[in-house]
Design a protein around this ligand. Structure first.
Ligand code: NAD
Length: 484
């Protein structure tokens, strides 16, 4: 794909319905992770551009956008959904060259963005309050209202999906949005703004300011004109954003990292499990918050499962995003170096298998061979820390109790999965495993636009996706009327 095919200028911000240069006219170079070459310049927005955006969002919230009916908001989101669907191939190519994800995976993300807009468009007029029986002479009811201006800080790994689940839900409830995409990948965020405007989203309802986290991101998290923050990213930055939100006493949703386990029992259907065990670890080159980086295996089937995984790993092909192989490059040289240092930390462990670099995986791309480690001690950093690369660790367990202890034995609690055909065990473990989502005999449930998602412990708090996000992106008002 040629960057000159873009119908918007990536070096501009989208503020108040206009494409504008950042006030200081500074830019950042965006790199194609598949070849290390510069793709284009994007804007380096800062405090002033964020302030402009918050003011435009406020105007929209108090004006045209905030006064739309719920059904009118929903219809605009539905139109956006249809446009995203129509442009899915274009958006997928943009995401592929920007993030480095294989084309098929990027296409799935574009379709997920369309589905989020459809889901939240349809939900916009279906969320309501309730009446509460109370003292004699009173009628009491609750109303769900928009927060006002919502700030959204998103990472580079799944721009379209994260925009879909957070911006979609926020707009459905009538909030006006300021979006700060990641400096490493923001083209689809800008393309989304262009599509939204063409579908009739009023000026100021969505503002997009690309820029560095410490500049634009920090300015958005501390701006006193923002009423709610949604942050997806690392634990370290999440705690900075939460501190900034605390100073303004505003709610914040944190979607952070994970060290998500899959538990394979000796009665598991291994034919069904195998693709999930591996794909959940290597999808998007392992740069997924819910990546399953720990595979816990009952000792009776450890040898069989590790052999099956080893064989599949050896056939994995790594290459440029547009070649659409199993695994693409990592986002940056920094990420590649970080993941390689994790792999080196396992030099004394059993390295079971590595994937293959395809011939066109050129040296300047940020490629790392998927790596599978066997019998990893539970306290090893490979079994405890988020790697954010295509690396999985196999850990044997003795029995159910042992499996639960290992599964819950990290700082994180985002997602888990249980592979067993024993129904009672499924129910017991679903209760005992401390993660925001538990899957039984699957992993990820096909994306799960409808399913509330979020973490416990250092994986964050608050829920996005599904109807639950609509509660997060709104506030509840109680009205108590005395009429005698
Ligand atoms: P990151 O925290 O470095 O960056 C995320 C976003 O925060 C970017 O837009 C960045 O510009 C911004 N940012 C950076 N410093 C900031 C600051 N001081 N103030 C405000 N904003 C700032 O994370 P990353 O390395 O880009 O992404 C990887 C992390 O994100 C991983 O830990 C991963 O697990 C997590 N993640 C979580 C989810 C989820 O839904 N739970 C989804 C995707 C990624």
């Amino acid at each position: 794909m040629n960057i000159s095919e873009l119908t918007f200028d990536p070096s501009k911000c989208f503020i108040g319905g206009e494409w504008v240069s950042p006030r200081k006219n500074k830019t950042i170079s965006l790199t194609n992770p598949s070849n290390g070459q510069i793709l284009c310049s994007i804007s380096r927005g800062d405090e002033q551009d964020i302030d402009d955006s918050v003011q435009e969002a406020r105007k929209a919230f108090e004006g045209v956008w905030g006064n739309q009916t719920a059904v009118a908001r929903g219809r605009i989101l539905m139109k956006i959904s249809a446009q995203v669907m129509e442009k899915a191939d274009y958006l997928a190519k943009l995401e592929a060259i920007d993030v480095g994800k294989p084309l098929k995976q990027a296409k799935a993300d574009a379709l997920a963005l369309s589905r989020y807009m459809e889901f939240y468009g349809g939900a916009a007029d279906k969320i309501h309050g309730e009446t509460i029986p109370y003292l004699e002479g009173y009628t009491v009811y609750t109303m769900r209202e928009a927060h006002g201006v919502t700030g959204h800080i998103v990472p580079w790994n799944y721009p379209m999906q994260i925009i879909g689940r957070s911006v979609g839900a926020a707009l459905a409830m009538g909030n006006a949005v300021v979006l700060k995409p990641a400096e490493e990948a923001c083209l689809t965020a800008l393309a989304f703004a262009e599509i939204a405007q063409s579908c009739g989203l009023p000026a100021g309802a969505l503002n997009v300011v690309p820029g560095f986290g410490e500049e634009a991101g920090a300015a958005l998290s501390s701006h006193n004109g923002v009423d709610h923050l949604s942050f997806t990213g690392s634990v370290h930055v999440g705690s900075l954003v939460q501190s900034a939100a605390a100073k303004n006493v505003i709610p914040v949703t944190l979607e952070l990292g994970g060290k998500s386990p899959q538990l394979v029992f000796d009665d598991a259907d291994l034919d069904r499990a195998l693709p999930f065990l591996i794909n959940a670890g290597i999808q998007n080159a392992g740069q997924t918050c819910s990546a399953s980086s720990r595979i816990l295996i009952h000792s009776k089937v450890y040898k069989e499962v590790s052999n099956l995984m080893r064989q599949r790993y050896e056939s994995l092909q790594v290459g440029a995003a547009l070649n659409d192989l199993d695994v693409g490059p990592l986002i940056s040289k920094r990420q590649k170096d970080l993941v390689n240092s994790f792999i080196r930390s396992g030099d004394d462990l059993e390295k079971l298998a590595e994937g293959q670099l395809s011939q066109n995986a050129i040296q300047d791309g940020y490629f790392v061979r998927p790596t599978l480690f066997g019998k990893v001690p539970v306290n090893h950093k490979l079994a405890q820390e988020e790697i954010f690369g295509p690396v999985q660790t196999l850990i044997p367990f003795k029995d159910e109790e042992d499996a639960i202890e290992i599964a819950n034995g990290t700082d994180f609690g985002l997602v888990s999965s249980i592979w067993t055909t024993d129904g009672s065990r499924q129910m017991r473990l679903a209760k005992k495993i401390n993660t925001g989502q538990v899957f039984i005999n699957n992993y990820g449930a096909g994306g799960g636009v409808e399913l509330p998602f979020g973490g416990v412990k250092k994986s964050g708090h608050g829920r996005e996706k599904g109807f639950e996000a609509l509660y997060g992106f709104s506030k509840l008002k109680t009205v108590a009327a005395f009429h005698g």
